[in-house]
Each structure stands twice: as structure tokens, then as C-alpha cells.
Design a protein around this ligand. Structure first.
Ligand code: COA
Length: 476
């Protein structure tokens, strides 16, 4: 297996070399073309289209090596996505301990660290520092989400990294960007609160709410992955790495951007599609919580469906979009609303939204959420069944597309994870289990970094890759 991997590594390296050669002006290019490449900085000379069948021409990020210093969720989400795209993620973990979530949140760890290899290195040990230097020279991207200053305290400053490998991209997640909070440690809900999501989520009468989706952690990891891929692309022109930073506050704000739009609209008058407007409740100075009002400007609400008395998820989202108002009236048995001046036009409906949704609910309560979905979609009426995590876990179509994947793990057994949500026609994702702590230490040191068996034995005895200087006997 190791030989196969080595061969695959060599093949990938060859591919990268070929690609790099392709972007340099060659003798085959006309002098004019080469000049155009230099001037525009854009790589115009692509290889001829592959003749291999779709999905058999490797993966999108084959040959990209990631030095993965991430932990908990935001960083690991980013590197797992890069791994899904084919990058080789070498996850550096503290000997004996590893990512804190290995011990605290074991299933969480396994779901966020598939498609990675694990190497244990004490980054503060002199020998550990030497190994890290080799890794920095060997890899394309360093990704980290330590607390502010932690990477510098390890001696891995930008200046040092850039001097050691000028091509390396250094990508970081932090809680906040430069400013009054830049030194703070930040977790998911802190970011949701600081990014404007919590103040705009929940019911008007209640306190701010955080959402169940990890928009602070996974959302920022996604943003960082985009930054890294962009930096890799730019590097093809400039030949140099750069720093990529995503603050969780910024990532959440980017996802809540429509609420920032609403903040500006407020200075010009009330937000008419918010149900509080229809109810005659005045707006304050900031965007209020809007309950289940639709975010898209069309009135919407969550309505009970058949079985709601016993099933907490027997609900549907219902949007009263103007173009389908007629079919809605027919479906719910109110055809007269189509011509009634109190209901026919959208502005007339605004003060009556609560009554309208109560009436629609009388209809949805006679149907299951799936029946509502089926019936309404026949008339292009947008609705959304409220799916429980149980229903999602059991959904065959999500299994078929590889969005929900069952993975086998030697110590955990079978578990479900979320596969690659991005589907590509020529880069097929293979979801692999998360690594055991230090499972690939030997393989990486010897096969990737070129240490001899004797040197490896000496490193083991040095305490740089084993817990508190102890000799490592097996991967935990
Ligand atoms: N060898 C030796 N030391 C290591 C190591 C290794 N392989 N890996 C980590 N460490 C050390 C770090 O150097 C640091 O030491 P120092 O503070 O003495 O310099 C220490 O472990 C702890 O790292 P830190 O990142 O501060 O972890 P934490 O548990 O205290 O804080 C977070 C966790 C998530 C709050 C913090 O990392 C953070 O704010 N990250 C940025 C925002 C973020 O990503 N948050 C969301 C996480 S989902």
C-alpha cells in the first residue's frame, strides 16, 4: 500500500511539474504569445483536453499538499473539503493528545477529519521544529486556526515561513479581524452573535437566538477554502504564496448580508415584508428579529401539518409568492380571495398576513408535510418540509448522491458523515475515514520527508513525536 501511495505521490508530483511547466513560456509558444502571458499574467496555455473518461482524470486538487494545523471545527471543515477535492492533508497533532475533539467529541472529530493523514509532532520540541521545517518546504499550504498568536509562539511566523518556502500559502481562521477584539478566542456561537446572525434570528418578543447550522465554524471554513484555492491560482502567475485570513465574524456577516441591506432600508422607512409592519408594530433603530418571515422579501411562515400534535417536525415552510397567489387561494378553498380587494394584491395582504397564514394552516394541517410538498409543487408554490435529522440520515436520495455517507472506522465502527456537498463532473469525491492519532507519522517522515529508518528511530527516541518524551508503541 505504501509503495502504491509512493507511486501515486510521484505521479501527482509529475502532474504538478507538468502543469508548472505549462504555465512557463516555452519554446513551442510563439514569442508573441509568451509576451502576452507575461503581460496579462494570465495562464492562457492549457494542455489539450484530456481524453480520459469523466471522473478518471484525477481529482481537482491532486498534487496539492496541505500542512494541516487545524483543530475543533472551522479549520478542519476547510481542510476536509480540500481533501475531498484530492489535496493531501497532513494533519499535525500534539503527541498523545491530538485535536482536542478526539477525546471530548469523538464522533465530531471523525466527521470533520476524513480524507486526512495524521502525524504527531511536538511543535515546541527542537526536533519537532526541524521536522516542521521540512514539512513547510514540502507543502503548498499551511492551514491553522489556533488562538491569535499561537502560531507565532511556535516560531512559525509569516516571515519565517515565507523565507523557508516563498511559495507557501498560509491560511488562518481567527475569531475577529484586526481591531479591538483581535486577541479573543472565539467559538461558533460567539461568531454568530458578533456577525449579526443572532440579533436577527428568533421571534420579536423573545431573546436573540443562535441557529443550528454552524455558520460560524463550518461557514468560515468554507470561506477559507475558497481563499486558499484562489491563492493557489494566483500563485500560478506570481510564483509566491500569500497570507489568507478569514475572521469568523466576517464569515457570519457575509452569510447575514441581507440583514445589513435591511439595516440600510430601515433609514428610508419600514420593512414592509416583515409581519410586524402588517401588525402595525413600529420599527426601532436596528433590524429586528423576524421570526419565520421569509428572508427573500416574499411573506412566508412555518405552518403545522398533519401529525403536529405528536411529531415536533410535522411542519412546512410556506411562501405566499405573488405570482402563485391564485393557485394558493384555490388549493386552500378560498377562491374568492383572488378578487377580494382585501386579499387580491400583495400590499393589501400585508396587514392580514397572520390571518392568511392561519387560514392556510387549516389546510396544511389536513396533509402531511410531504403531501403539502407534492401538491404545492404541482402548482409551483414554493414550500419546504421541515426535515428532522433522523429523516435526513435515512433519506435514500442523499445517500445516492454521496451527500450522506456511511463510513467504517476501526475503533468507532460505522458512522454517518456529510460527504462533499460540491459535485464535480470530473473530480469524483471518495470519502475516507478519519485517521487514528499519529497513524501516518512513520509513513510521512520516511516516505514524504526522506528520513532514513535510523533517523526515524532517533526521532522516536527524542520525544518529538511521542507523548511527553515517551517512546511511542502504537497509534492511539
Ligand atoms: N505541539 C505543541 N503544542 C501545540 C501543538 C503541537 N502539535 N498544537 C497546539 N499546541 C499548543 C499551541 O501552541 C497553544 O499553545 P500556547 O498557547 O501555549 O502557545 C496551545 O496548544 C493551545 O492552542 P489554542 O489554539 O490556543 O487552543 P485553545 O484550546 O486554547 O483555544 C480556540 C481553542 C478554538 C478557542 C482557539 O484556537 C481559537 O480562538 N481559534 C481561532 C478561532 C477558531 O477557529 N475558533 C473556532 C474553533 S471551531
Amino acid at each position: 500500500m505504501a509503495t502504491r501511495k509512493k507511486a501515486a505521490g510521484k505521479a501527482a508530483a509529475k502532474k504538478v511539474a507538468k502543469k508548472q511547466a505549462a504555465k512557463r513560456p516555452t519554446s513551442k509558444m510563439t514569442a508573441q504569445k509568451a509576451d502576452a502571458v507575461r503581460k496579462s499574467g494570465v495562464v492562457t496555455e492549457l494542455p489539450p483536453p484530456s481524453t480520459k473518461p469523466w471522473g478518471e482524470a484525477g481529482k481537482a486538487l491532486d498534487g496539492v499538499r496541505i500542512l494541516d494545523f487545524t483543530h475543533v471545527q472551522s479549520g478542519p471543515t476547510c481542510t476536509q473539503l480540500l481533501g475531498y477535492m484530492g489535496a493531501d492533508c497532513i494533519k499535525v497533532e500534539r503527541p498523545g493528545v491530538g485535536d482536542i475533539t478526539r477525546g471530548q467529541l469523538r464522533l465530531y472529530f471523525t466527521m470533520l477529519n476524513g480524507n486526512k493523514r495524521s502525524i504527531t509532532i511536538d511543535s515546541k520540541h527542537p526536533k519537532g521544529k526541524e521536522i516542521l521545517e521540512r514539512l513547510i518546504k514540502h507543502c503548498d499550504v499551511l492551514v491553522e486556526n489556533f488562538a491569535p498568536g499561537a502560531l507565532d509562539r511556535m516560531g512559525l511566523t509569516w516571515d519565517y515561513i515565507h523565507k523557508t518556502n516563498p511559495q507557501m500559502i498560509v491560511a488562518s481562521v481567527k475569531g475577529f479581524g484586526p481591531g479591538p477584539y483581535e486577541d479573543c478566542k472565539v467559538y461558533e456561537n460567539v461568531a454568530q452573535c458578533a456577525g449579526g446572525a443572532a440579533s436577527t434570528t428568533g421571534f420579536r418578543e423573545g431573546p436573540p437566538l443562535v441557529t443550528g447550522a454552524q455558520i460560524g465554524d463550518s461557514g468560515t471554513g468554507l470561506h477559507l477554502a475558497f481563499g486558499i484555492v484562489s491563492a493557489l491560482y494566483q500563485r500560478m502567475r506570481t510564483g509566491r504564496g500569500q497570507r489568507v485570513r478569514c475572521a469568523m465574524q466576517d464569515g457570519v456577516l457575509n452569510l447575514a448580508r441581507v440583514k445589513l441591506r435591511d439595516q440600510q432600508r430601515l433609514t428610508h422607512g419600514p420593512l414592509t415584508e416583515y409581519s410586524q409592519h402588517g401588525e402595525g408594530v413600529p420599527f426601532g433603530k436596528a433590524v429586528p428579529r423576524a421570526g419565520n418571515d421569509s428572508g427573500g422579501g416574499q411573506p412566508g411562515w412555518i405552518l403545522k401539518c398533519k401529525g403536529w400534535e405528536t411529531d415536533p417536525d410535522a411542519y412546512t415552510y410556506f411562501i405566499t409568492q405573488a405570482p402563485v397567489w391564485g393557485p394558493i387561494c384555490d388549493l386552500i378553498g378560498k377562491p374568492e380571495w383572488k378578487t377580494d380587494p382585501d386579499y387580491a394584491a400583495p400590499p393589501a395582504r400585508l396587514p392580514r398576513l397572520r390571518h392568511i397564514f392561519n387560514t392556510i394552516e387549516e389546510w396544511t394541517k389536513t396533509k402531511t408535510k410531504f403531501e403539502v410538498m407534492e401538491i404545492c409543487n404541482q402548482h409551483d408554490i414554493p414550500v419546504g418540509p421541515i426535515l428532522s435529522m433522523k429523516e435526513i440520515a435515512e433519506d435514500q436520495s442523499l445517500r445516492d448522491t454521496g451527500t450522506v455517507v456511511e463510513v467504517d472506522h476501526p475503533t468507532r465502527g460505522k458512522y454517518l458523515t456529510v460527504g462533499n456537498p460540491i459535485k464535480m463532473s470530473d473530480s469524483v469525491t471518495e470519502v475516507k475515514r478519519s485517521p487514528l492519532l499519529g497513524e501516518h507519522t512513520e509513513e510521512i517522515l520516511i516516505e514524504e520527508l526522506g528520513y532514513s529508518a535510523e533517523e526515524f528511530a532517533a526521532i522516536k527516541n527524542s520525544g518529538a513525536i511521542t507523548p511527553s518524551g515517551k517512546k511511542e508503541t502504537e497509534a492511539a
